[in-house]
Structure formats: structure tokens, C-alpha cells
Design a binder for this molecule. Structure first.
Ligand SMILES: Nc1ncnc2c1ncn2[C@@H]1O[C@H](COP(=O)(O)OP(=O)(O)OP(=O)(O)O)[C@@H](O)[C@H]1O
Length: 446
């Protein structure tokens, strides 16, 4: 083992040099052993330097017996020792009580007086108390290990130029993840263009995706740039790619392979430099086997695949996401709502087949129905058929909803809702997640 006393040959005390840093910092030797930790580190993690000096960094920060690069992670230790250059990564660390946290690590190469090499690891803790990770204008909430791991994959994938396929259930946050990829990538200053593959009729492919020249078809008055061209220098997000009909898959493949295209009615071959991110909730491999999705397009899109975990596999994120969603609802409706403890427990026990989008809809309805600023269990309209509560959660401690069922507000709630939304039935319908006709029906029924 490469050892180092706390005093270097020129009389500097290592820990006092590390203490100059405000962020937690540790010094690590070539053999992954921690040599020193600064005051900020000891305070942040509630440990004494003596408790961790001599132990492996991966054991302390990852609770893992092996270095993180051997588990497929981008490891500052490996990078700094092999290149001698500083290296920065995001990681998921675990504190002494096994709580996952999202951190940015700056690894610096440090030389000892006798030529020994060290890694100086500065740890910047990214997740604040609200568990919100802010990427540009977006807010991604969560601190569960499953979520943070997924975020790490997203960031690692974003740094490459490879096509990325996002896979996950409906409402799990694929579109949010796609914009996070754009934000984390070198293309962040370029455009982020979304193509909804469910609403792209075959007849519109050319004009929408490739654009058209003036007079290209009857009634076409001007020249239009297509979405592919508009995404030049940025990211093209193909949402619901599994819904793309076979005929259009061939057309897409041609454009994606070459980056070249012609506008409808145009003679000139144009080129766009586009990075593609696609998303689906379907099993594209199965679709390839069933010949309903082209294998060549699949391999073109899925250079890197990132799976987004469903909300029920990261239940510890539910309270944090609910808090942020309620803040958003409050900001747009002009009000403040919070969950009662029982309502929070009830939500954490729910399976959320519709994931974060369903959570948002449930909270909107609940806020619309709640008599005051505190949302009670009876304000929650959970679909208990699909979203059965799991046995791992102490359901016995939770009362069942007794209030309105299937979104139908009680007799007193409807006038209050109409008042809240200035008599606008459309807004009431949106808040309740029903059609405007349903609101009319409720009003007729009194
Ligand atoms: N981690 C998160 N933190 C905060 N909000 C989130 C998070 N994940 C998703 N959301 C919100 O949930 C809603 C649904 O997310 P999104 O549209 O990205 O899901 P999706 O997987 O693309 O859904 P679909 O497959 O139906 O298109 C959005 O309002 C989004 O902002």
C-alpha cells in the first residue's frame, strides 16, 4: 500500500491544505485507498477522518467491494490515474446510513513530493432538500437509487454523439429525459425538436419532416423547412417511435443514415447534422421479431438504450415529486396545497400504472376537490383496480377513500370548482381529467 503521513516533506499538513476547500474532499492513492479527508467531508458525512483513512473509496462511497469502473461507471480514479488530467463525473454515492445521493465529482491529479500520485476528489452534492435536480428549465425530481442511476446513464449517454433509445412505461418521464439528454450534451445550444410519431400521417411525412419548396403541391404558397432541417446542430426527439408505420420507418431510416434529404419539390440535396433520441413504451425487439418494426432502424436508433424505472419501483420518490407537482399546480391556479400524512402514505402505497403523469392528474383532481389547503385521503381518486396497493406497504394503517369515486365530485364540490375556475367548464374538465361533456353531465345531474 502506498502510504502517506499527514505531513509532507515540505512541512505542509495535508488535511489543512484540503481544508481550504469548502466542499467535501478526499485524497485517494493509486490503490483506491483514502489517505485524507477534509473538515467539510467529515462534517457532511458525520464521520471522522480516522474512520475512513486506509479504507477503499468504493467501499465508503458506493458500499461496493469493487472499483466503480469495474461496474461500468465512469470512474474519476481510473481517468485521473490513466491520463493525469482532471476529470469530472456525476455519481450516485451512498452516505453512512445508506442513503443515495447525487453528486458531482471533480477529480484532480495531485503529485506527492517523492513522485507519488494521488487523486484529489472534490464532492459537490447536487440534490438539495427538495430532491430537485434542475437541468436548465426542467426539474427532475427524485433521489431513489433507481432514479439516480438512470440519471447517471442519461448523462453518460448524453456526452456521446450516439443515438439513444429511451424505454419506459407511459408517463414515466421519457420526454423529460430526452430534453435532459439534450441539455447535458454538447448540442445544448442547438434546437431540441420533437416529432410525435403517433400523429404523423404517411402523406405528411415529406412536408413535415423534410419540408417543401414553394408550389410543391396544390395550395402550397411558401417554402417550409422540415423538422429534420430545423433540428440541424441539435437533437431530434422521436416520441412514441414504436407507433411509426412500416412505410414511414423506411423513409426515416434513409434520412437518418445519410443525414441528407431533399425538400418536397426541391432539387437540391441538403444536409442536417442531427442527433437522434427516440422513446417508446413498447418492446421494440419483440416488434422486430414480429416484423412490425424494421431491424435496421432499431439498430440505428438503439446505439445506447436507457430504461426509465416505473414510479412503483422508486416509491421513495413519490413524496418529493408530489410536493413539486403541488407547487406547480399552486403556482398556476393561485393557491397552496400540501398532502396530509395519511394521503402521502396512501399515494406511496399506490402502484401508479400511469406513473408521474397519473400522479400529476391525481393531485390536480385532489387540489380541485380539497376543502382546504390540506389534501386528505378522501380527496384522492385512485384507480384501485389497476393500481393495487402493494403488500410491502402497511396498508392497514391507511384509511380507504370514502369520498368521490371515479372523479365525480360531491354535490357541494362542483359549484366550488366552477367558482375556482371562473365558471370555465373546460378548465374544470382539465383539472378533473375528464371531458367537458362529462362536466356538463354532472351539472345536469346536480
Ligand atoms: N422525475 C420527474 N420529476 C418531475 N416531474 C416529472 C418527472 N418525471 C416525469 N415528470 C412529469 O410527468 C409528466 C409525464 O412525463 P413525460 O411526458 O416525460 O412522460 P413520457 O414517459 O414521455 O410519457 P408518454 O410515454 O406517455 O409519452 C410530465 O409533466 C413531466 O414533467
Amino acid at each position: 500500500m502506498d502510504t502517506m503521513t499527514d505531513t509532507t516533506t515540505d512541512g505542509l499538513q495535508i488535511s489543512s491544505v484540503l481544508d481550504m476547500h469548502e466542499n467535501p474532499m478526499v485524497l485517494i492513492d493509486e490503490h483506491y485507498r483514502i489517505v485524507a479527508a477534509n473538515h467539510a467531508y467529515q462534517e457532511a458525512y458525520g464521520v471522522l477522518a480516522a474512520d475512513i483513512v486506509g479504507r477503499h473509496c468504493h467501499e465508503i462511497s458506493h458500499h461496493s467491494p469493487m472499483p466503480c469502473h469495474q461496474r461500468g461507471e465512469d470512474c474519476p480514479h481510473q481517468a485521473v490515474f490513466s491520463t493525469g488530467q482532471a476529470h469530472e463525473v456525476r455519481h450516485v454515492h451512498f452516505d453512512p446510513s445508506n442513503r443515495a445521493e447525487h453528486v458531482r465529482i471533480r477529480g484532480h491529479a495531485i503529485m506527492g513530493m517523492a513522485g507519488q500520485r494521488y487523486l484529489g476528489e472534490e464532492i459537490i452534492r447536487l440534490v438539495d432538500q427538495d430532491e430537485v435536480i434542475t437541468c436548465g428549465e426542467m426539474q427532475m425530481v427524485g433521489r431513489s437509487p433507481a432514479f439516480l442511476r438512470c440519471l447517471h446513464h442519461i448523462e453518460m449517454a448524453a456526452r456521446t454523439e450516439a443515438s439513444i433509445l429511451l424505454h419506459g412505461e407511459s408517463g414515466v418521464g421519457k420526454e423529460l429525459a430526452a430534453s435532459a439528454i439534450h441539455h447535458f450534451s454538447a448540442r445544448q445550444r442547438g434546437p431540441f425538436i420533437t416529432v410525435d410519431c403517433t400523429s404523423l400521417p404517411d402523406t405528411l411525412f415529406e412536408s413535415e419532416i423534410l419540408g417543401h419548396e414553394r408550389g410543391a403541391f396544390t395550395g402550397c404558397l411558401g417554402r417550409k423547412r422540415g423538422l429534420f432541417e430545423t433540428a440541424d446542430g441539435g437533437t431530434l426527439f422521436l416520441d412514441e417511435i414504436g407507433e411509426l408505420p412500416l412505410a414511414m420507418q423506411a423513409k426515416f431510416l434513409r434520412v437518418l443514415e445519410s443525414g441528407s434529404f431533399r425538400r418536397l419539390g426541391g432539387a437540391e440535396t441538403l444536409h442536417a447534422d442531427v442527433r437522434v433520441v427516440a422513446a417508446t413504451n413498447r418492446d421494440l425487439r419483440e416488434m422486430v421479431a414480429a416484423r412490425s418494426f424494421r431491424a435496421d432502424l432499431y439498430y440505428r436508433l438503439a446505439a445506447i438504450t436507457v430504461s426509465l424505472p416505473p414510479l412503483r419501483e422508486r416509491r421513495e420518490d413519490i413524496p418529493g415529486i408530489a410536493r413539486v407537482l403541488l407547487q406547480r399546480i399552486g403556482a398556476s391556479w393561485g393557491g397552496r396545497w400540501e398532502l396530509s400524512r395519511e394521503a402521502e402514505i396512501r399515494l406511496c402505497a399506490y402502484d401508479f400504472p400511469g406513473n408521474v403523469r397519473e400522479l400529476r392528474n391525481i393531485l390536480q383532481k385532489a387540489a380541485a376537490l380539497a376543502a382546504g389547503p390540506v389534501i386528505l385521503v378522501e380527496d384522492l381518486d385512485l384507480d384501485l383496480e389497476d393500481g393495487r396497493s402493494t403488500p410491502s406497504v402497511p396498508i392497514a394503517a391507511v384509511r380507504c377513500p370514502t369520498g368521490p369515486t371515479h372523479g365525480r365530485p360531491g354535490p357541494a364540490a362542483l359549484p366550488a370548482l366552477l367558482q375556482r375556475f371562473g365558471g370555465n367548464r373546460r378548465l374544470v374538465a382539465d383539472a378533473m381529467g375528464v371531458s367537458e361533456r362529462t362536466v356538463y353531465r354532472w351539472l345536469r345531474q346536480g
